[in-house]
Design a protein around this ligand. Structure first.
Ligand SMILES: *Cc1c(COP(=O)(O)O)cnc(C)c1O
Length: 387
């Protein structure tokens, strides 16, 4: 259904109908997987809007229209991975430009910034964005982009998107928000003043741990033109089958997220009351330092949390990580099945240890992606693993 006819509908209706138009040639209710590299022209330059599949593909177009609708944006672009989407945003910049980025964020984003882009003359300043004053203080005339992630991976820190958007507008910089953890069901950064929303669609949007993909959503047409140019020129586009999978995932995003949130509440409270557990990092607790901001900008607290044991040794954490039966030990998150992860050695191993520890990501930290199995089974599994 078109963007305009879904404008005033509820979230569930948007998730199910966004981007879905019956196929004009057959009436097929589901968007076909247009597995083609090129399109036949009737005479030179005479085509149906599709020339070559790196530039345009109808399955991808349907997905991009769905992504725009569910993030309350005008435009969306799909990429072959989350980091490919991030890469495209940084390619808006030129040597000499500065980026202010959150000190606590996905390890792969950090690696891309430092190991790939610094050598092209772009500099990155990492600050604790949970206090907007730190962002204001770091801005210089060279700052062109502010990159935040909220909630953060893996410490579940919350940054006030509206406050950072105000600072960014005053400074004339672009604000990009990695919205992977919240998903569009729980949070819409464009509504809060962000310029670009980035997703690892691999996670909640796909939802079934069967695809790698990324997305950017925006309202500004100039920004869209620049990012589309980068998308087609650099070529990190997703294949049509992968677009179909994410399009299908989006249809159940609202039911899955509701279930992730419900299980998240139960597991968070169970862990907090467990005698062997030290800290539980989850923004749904009323005494979480930024709980009020989380409540203001999110519609729920999601299915991600991290915790530490009172026994801080790596051995104790390793025992839990290797003993769960329902929680599979794996990187990634956001699928229907529960996963357990050790950020220090897995998802965040690319961040130097001193940097990690400084930001509170200790060696014993355990991260959970709480799936949508029966909550009682998840709690029992964690119980037997913690012992
Ligand atoms: C996974 C992830 C990414 C990177 O996405 P890929 O699809 O793995 O390339 C970026 N940000 C966050 C928060 C992530 O969890």
């Amino acid at each position: 259904m078109s963007n305009t006819s879904l404008e005033n509908t509820g979230l569930a209706t948007k998730m199910i109908h966004a981007g879905a138009e019956p196929d004009p040639s057959t009436g097929a209710i589901m968007t076909p997987i247009f597995q083609t590299s090129t399109y036949v022209q009737s005479s030179p330059g005479q085509h149906k809007g599709y020339e070559y599949a790196r530039s345009q593909n109808p399955t991808r177009a349907a997905l991009e229209s769905a992504l725009a609708i569910i993030e309350n944006g005008k435009y969306a672009l799909a990429f072959s991975s989350g980091v490919a989407a991030t890469d495209a945003v940084i390619k808006l910049l030129s040597p000499g430009d500065e980026v202010i980025a959150a000190s606590d964020m996905y390890g792969g984003t950090y690696r891309l910034f430092i190991k790939v882009f610094e050598k092209f003359g772009i500099s990155f300043k990492f600050v604790d964005t949970t206090d907007p004053a730190n962002v204001s203080a770091a801005i210089t005339s060279k700052t062109k982009l502010i990159w935040i992630e909220t909630p953060t991976n893996p410490l579940m820190n919350i940054t006030d998107i509206a406050a950072i958007a105000t600072i960014s507008k005053q400074a004339g910089t672009i604000l990009c928000v990695d919205n992977t953890f919240a998903s569009p069901y729980l949070q819409n950064p464009l509504d809060l003043g962000a310029d670009i929303v980035m997703h690892s669609s691999t996670k909640y949007l796909g939802g079934h741990s069967d695809v790698i993909q990324g997305a950017l959503i925006m309202n500004d047409s100039l920004l869209k033109d620049q990012l589309y140019f980068i998308q087609k020129s650099c070529g990190a586009v997703p294949g049509p089958f992968d677009c179909f999978l994410v399009l299908r995932g989006i249809k159940t995003l609202h039911v899955r997220m509701k279930a992730h949130c419900e299980n998240g509440v139960i597991v968070a409270h169970y862990l907090r009351n467990h005698p062997k557990v030290d800290k539980v990092f989850w923004c749904g607790f009323e005494d979480h330092i930024n709980h009020e901001i989380a409540k203001k900008q999110m519609r729920g607290f999601g299915g991600m949390l991290s915790f530490t044991l009172k026994d801080e040794s790596i051995e104790a954490a390793t025992k839990v990580l290797s003993s769960t039966k329902l929680f599979s030990l794996a990187e990634s998150l956001g699928g229907v099945e529960s996963l357990i992860n050790h950020p220090a050695s897995m998802t965040h191993a690319s961040i130097p240890r001193e940097e990690r520890i400084k930001n509170g990501l200790t060696d014993g930290l355990i991260r959970l992606s709480i799936g949508i199995e029966d909550a009682a089974d998840l709690v029992a599994d964690l119980g037997q693993a913690i012992g």
